[in-house]
Design a protein around this ligand. Structure first.
Ligand code: PGA
Length: 249
């Protein structure tokens, strides 16, 4: 089964609304003929503008997080309903920076993913091992446990629609990319976990990205690997030309 590639830019905590406007306007013509799904995930304050500017283009907008409750006393959080009402189509869930700095756990990742799906937003669920875990030979165990926990209670049909990003923590923002073989192998292990939890059809349908220092120089080689269906791009998504080159790997 052919899976449509999906390249997403994770802007992290970068770009004021006026900077975002410039970047999005520069990006629109550069990716207009892309052969894959294109998503950008700006900070919350840029989302209304991003949705407006990309209307009628092939760029979809994602948030960088989403809360599990519909509304209520959760100071500082944003609900899936709020994002949906704005026209946001994707939400990154469980990025390693959130797990590391903001107490995100496998359980909260699962709750956020479920809430996103319920509101009609596609979660991009991040999993990945630390350097110590890789060196200890625990990579497969870690990513497969994270995947199982993140997908708990979600039906097979919904799992088919969501996106998983395999991001080895040691490769994020470090300039150190996983080799294409390492990325392919670990993504294969994530897919095997999904097959074990659900069925082969589900595992073959779900799109799994690689993330971690992916850039114009290494995108083509990574994307040529059979298990890799896309990329979650941090640093290289902040320059229109670079991100467009990754999109058109
Ligand atoms: P990077 O970030 O491309 O800057 O390594 C990727 C990510 O954290 O999603």
């Amino acid at each position: 089964m052919a899976r449509r590639p999906i390249i997403a830019g994770n802007w992290k905590m970068n770009m004021t609304p006026s900077e975002a406007e410039g970047l999005i306007k520069a990006l629109i013509p550069l990716v207009a003929d892309a052969a894959c799904d294109v998503v950008i995930c700006p900070p919350f304050v840029d989302l209304p503008l991003a949705v407006t500017l990309t209307q009628g283009t092939n760029i979809a907008i994602g948030a960088q997080n989403v809360h599990w409750a519909e509304k209520g006393a959760f100071t500082g959080e944003i609900s899936a309903t709020m994002l949906k009402s704005l026209g946001v189509q994707y939400a990154i869930v469980g990025h390693s920076e959130r797990r590391q700095y903001f107490g995100e756990t496998d359980e909260t990742v699962n709750k956020r993913a479920c809430a996103a799906l319920q509101a009609g937003i596609t979660p991009i669920i991040c999993v990945g091992e630390s350097l110590a875990q890789r060196e200890a030979g625990e990579t497969e165990n870690i990513v497969s446990n994270q995947t199982e926990a993140a997908l708990a209670g979600i039906g097979a049909e919904e799992v088919k629609t969501l996106v998983i990003a395999y991001e080895p923590i040691w490769a994020i923002g470090t300039g150190k990319t996983a080799t294409k073989e390492q990325a392919n192998e670990t993504i294969g292990c994530i897919r095997a976990t999904i097959e074990h939890m659900f069925c082969r059809d589900t595992a073959q349908a779900v799109r799994i990205q690689y993330g971690g220092s992916m850039n114009p120089g290494n995108a083509a080689a990574l994307m040529a690997m059979p298990e890799i269906d896309g990329g979650l791009i941090g640093g290289a998504s902040l320059k229109a030309e670079d991100f467009a080159k990754v999109v058109k790997y």
